[in-house]
Design a protein around this ligand. Sequence first.
Ligand code: ATP
Ligand code: MG
Length: 568
Amino acid sequence: MDTEERPKNFIRTFIDEDLASGRYKGVATRFPPEPNGYLHIGHAKSICLNFGLARDYGGHTNLRFDDTNPAKEDVEYVDSIQEDVRWLGFSWDDRLYYASDYFERLYECAERLILSGDAFVCDLSPEEMRAYRGTLTEPGKDSPYRGRSAQESLDLFRRMRAGEFPEGSRSLRARIDMASPNINMRDPAVYRIKKAEHHRTGSKWVIYPMYDYAHCVSDAIEGITHSICTLEFEDHRPLYDWFLEKLAWPQPRPRQIEFARLNLEYTMMSKRRLLQLVKDGRVEGWDDPRLPTVAAIRRRGFTPSSIRLFCERIGVAKKDSWIEIDWLEKAARDDLNPSVRRVMAVLDPVRAVIENLPEGYEERIPAPYFPDEPERMGSRELILTREIFIEREDFMIEPVKGFLRLSPGREVRLRWAAYLKCVGYETDSAGNVTLLRCELTQEPAGVDAKGKTVRPNIIHWVPAGLSLPATVRLYDRLFKVPRPSGEDLDSELNPESLVVRANARLEPSLTGLSPWDRFQFERLGYFMVDPVSGAGGPAPVFNRIVSLKDGWARGGRGPQAAQARKGR
Ligand code: ATP
Ligand code: MG
């Protein structure tokens, strides 16, 4: 678990007050996903918040599927959601519930609302209901059925349940106030007719409770103390409380608290839009590592602790905002840095022949996996041979200003080895460099025109003949605009969100790899053996989790800059 200090936030303040006043004796929260899609990192925030609060207050968290809308729900999602919550490191123990567990209870409560005069059966069509609802500036109009007697409504409601009426012909509505400034209070629907197969209750029900009704009653049934939801439900809170009040639910009733949902730049959180990306083949499935789904994040190589760290750091707010993606990347680096071995891989190799080494030369060079603490992670041997591969972009025929890597007549330092000087190169007919002719030199670097010592950069390398093949997938942001609308995917999607390096070469020590193995490839970033493609084929497939430095935020907008500004 992360060890960062947990910041006080307004939710914790509320809970402290509620415990101090004796309103509740403990803390019970719930995570209530609708099984209509895969969880994304916004849900992860909600999971970390709900389970984290319960953990810190010695309470518990229920996992409750909000399965009140049979048309869009699926067991595939039920399974993936459980896997994702577990992966994030949280447990609901034996408290796995479904709103559909409460259908009978919810139905009985609805009859009580009818009998107390707080609900009535309305025969307006959905379109008419909308027209009667009014607007933000105009009050609504009473339904002509609002005055129906409780007995008549009860009879109709029972016949709705029995399937006597077609979909959309009738609904059960709360009798509140059509002139309320809060539109949610204008006689909202409580039940609607829907003749759809439900993934758990089959065809038993043809009427289904609305979210606002089902949610508060489910919370109350489970003895939830703090029902934490996103900001758009703030205006629904009066309704949440109204239902429990009218049902004379015994105290203590659950308290709804809203927080700002996570919006993460360069991606999007809408389940509907994510589904669209998957369906249209814009990505390769729900676990495509470019997506913000938990399944994708896991497959890409993020650790659960890095996601928890990210959620902890971004905190909770009462106002909607966008979080820069650097926060996620920084959390990943901070989490991986102390635990991941550094090795060398060349993603886009070009061959360099070291002409002053004899054929068959093999020099074994011990190199620690973690230079800062060599004892902790041990070391392996590198093998320097006459032919090596270096990164194509580490060589320039005509170096531009500021390029301190290899070019004709210049030197670089080979990581863990000596200096390499380029004495010539060969190209194909198209001008692509095919071979570098080099020499090893123990000499220090040269001096520039002004007589200043030029310290060559250090580059990574692998021995050509002994290196191992690999495919490396470089993932980048899914969208090229920070706050995509999702309206115009062709112009908003980043065409370079996936670049595949099919001819990458790994240092010889990287044999016997397993899926989920993580490494830092020096200078390149953090990588993980893809759990789907695996390590078994002729060449292992690696996913880049995150690059080493945030190339975008140098302007000072990212978390590092923010922390620097705070003087930390
Ligand atoms: P839907 O439109 O299908 O309701 P949803 O994203 O609200 O989509 P739910 O399955 O209802 O999905 O969400 C489960 C829980 O996750 C809810 O409590 C919701 O508030 C929370 N949640 C959803 N999206 C985010 C987000 N971006 N940030 C934080 N919490 C979120
Ligand atoms: Mg929802």
